[in-house]
Design a protein around this ligand. Structure first.
Ligand code: EPZ
Length: 417
């Protein structure tokens, strides 16, 4: 259990090169199991979930060599197909190894992923799709025993454009017999990144970024060199921190196209953006304003991962804003903590009403999940006085040494173990 000590009221601004995307890196690491030869991944995010995923690859028998932000992975000699229950419960994205292991070994054993702070997070959409493609699944003592002597291409209709299910089906389909089409597929930039990586390994995939993705199974996939794209949620978090503290910021390596909904919402609060090649510059207004509503949803809608951080920003905006969280059923827990810092937020089920307040004051607050913790951090940087933000172990899962980043950008923040 660690916590951050923050002294707020200082502008967060300057120039910063955004790091690699957590939610692109994790599925790509699982996908390396499908490549016959060595894979080299550059611009890796050095965050807790990345290291945990490297540990899974090592536990399966892969050779993994990490130097700076580049990792070399050789999966030739894997000896295991089991992802333990405690691993899956520690990091939900390890369910993506199911598709990769089945695609490679035609068998896999996966621990039951529990829910987490933001919701139950079932995997029914994944499993239903797998069964359609010939995977036999038996659930015994909290483990899924999966076998697939033949993986058959199929037309899969997702009842929800699940990011993880789309990724898992891609991993299963790239070496299937025949053609798979994913209808109502997720369109997130992380899906596009995974497809680009698989294509670099020789996969035949069309339509990424659209609601229909077609995959023509191939016999084998070779190794590849690939660079992880930037983290759009880290970029959005830094933009909000600057907007809340009156700092101007330039983010290198950030692409407008992947952040349209976030930028549009921030423009409504009065933030002004200029764009250059792979660079986003932001100038905040003297006083943030709201008076609009936000609905989270699948890409290209407003990203649910930005909802907590945007809520923090809106606590300081003049006017009232309504946020509907349509993706996860329990993703407002940071709201009550923000109220302890002086925010005026009323939450009713999946709708939050944020009434702008004059300012936030420092307090002792508790982060209970990754993005909720980040939301409390940016609020503490904008608050008057000192704050203690607990839950650094959640924040470190998705942000690399965020205390150093904010210090570099003018903030007064320390991480205490
Ligand atoms: C990915 O989670 C991201 N995680 C999440 O980011 C992100 O919030 C989410 O996509 C939505 O964009 C990673 O990429 C590692 P989903 P995932 O399947 O794949 C329901 C962060 O903070 N559902 O699109 O789990 C589910 O319960 C994390 O970086 C089913 O009902 O998201 C949820 O309500 C948090 N059955 C909704 O769909 C299923 O089989 C969206 O889930 C699968 C999902």
């Amino acid at each position: 259990m660690g916590y951050y000590l923050v002294e707020g009221g200082r502008p967060i601004g300057g120039e910063f090169a955004v790091r690699g995307s957590k939610n692109a890196a994790l599925p790509i690491l699982a996908a390396t199991l499908l490549a016959k030869d060595e894979v080299v991944l550059e611009n890796c995010p050095l965050i807790r979930d990345f290291y945990l995923t490297l540990d899974i690859l090592k536990s399966l028998g892969c050779r993994v060599e990490l130097k700076d932000r580049t990792v070399v992975i050789d999966t030739k000699k894997i000896q295991d197909v089991k992802i333990r229950e405690e691993t899956v419960q520690k990091m939900r994205s390890s369910i993506l190894f199911l598709g990769a292991l089945l695609g490679r070994e035609h068998r896999a054993i996966l621990g039951h992923p529990g829910g987490c702070a933001i919701g139950k997070r079932p995997i029914d959409i994944h499993l239903r799709a797998f069964e359609k493609m010939g995977v036999e699944i038996e659930e015994k003592e909290g483990l899924f025993y999966c076998t697939a002597p033949h993986i058959l291409g199929y037309h899969i209709y997702l009842n929800y454009p699940s990011v993880g299910a789309t990724e898992n089906i891609l991993l299963l389909a790239v070496k299937a017999e025949g053609v798979t089409v994913i209808h109502n597929a997720a369109r997130e930039p992380e899906i596009v990144a995974l497809v680009r990586f698989l294509r670099a390994c020789g996969a035949e995939i069309y339509g990424e970024g659209t609601p229909s993705i077609m995959i023509e199974g191939v016999k084998k996939l070779h190794g590849a060199y690939f660079s992880i794209p930037f983290d759009r949620i880290e970029a959005g978090t830094l933009l909000c921190a600057s907007a809340m503290t009156g700092g101007e910021i330039s983010l290198m390596g950030a692409e407008k196209g992947d952040m349209e909904a976030t930028l549009e919402a921030m423009e409504k609060t009065g933030c002004q953006f200029t764009f250059e090649a792979e660079k986003i510059c932001m100038k905040p207004p003297k006083k943030l304003k709201s008076g609009f509503s936000l609905v989270t949803g699948p890409f290209p809608g407003f990203p649910t991962d930005m909802q907590p951080i945007m809520m923090s920003l809106l606590t300081l905006a003049r006017g009232t804003c309504m946020i509907s969280e349509t993706v996860f059923e329990a993703r407002f827990r940071h709201g009550e903590e923000l109220c302890r810092m002086g925010a005026n937020i009323v939450i009713e089920d999946r709708v939050a009403q944020i009434n702008g307040c004059k300012g936030l004051h420092g307090a002792e607050v508790f982060g209970r999940d990754l993005r909720g913790g980040a939301a409390l951090l940016v609020a503490a940087l904008a608050a008057e006085g000192k704050s203690t933000v607990y839950g650094s172990e959640y924040v470190e899962r998705g942000y690399e040494r965020i205390e150093d980043v904010f210090s570099l950008l003018g903030g007064k923040i320390r991480l205490m173990e």
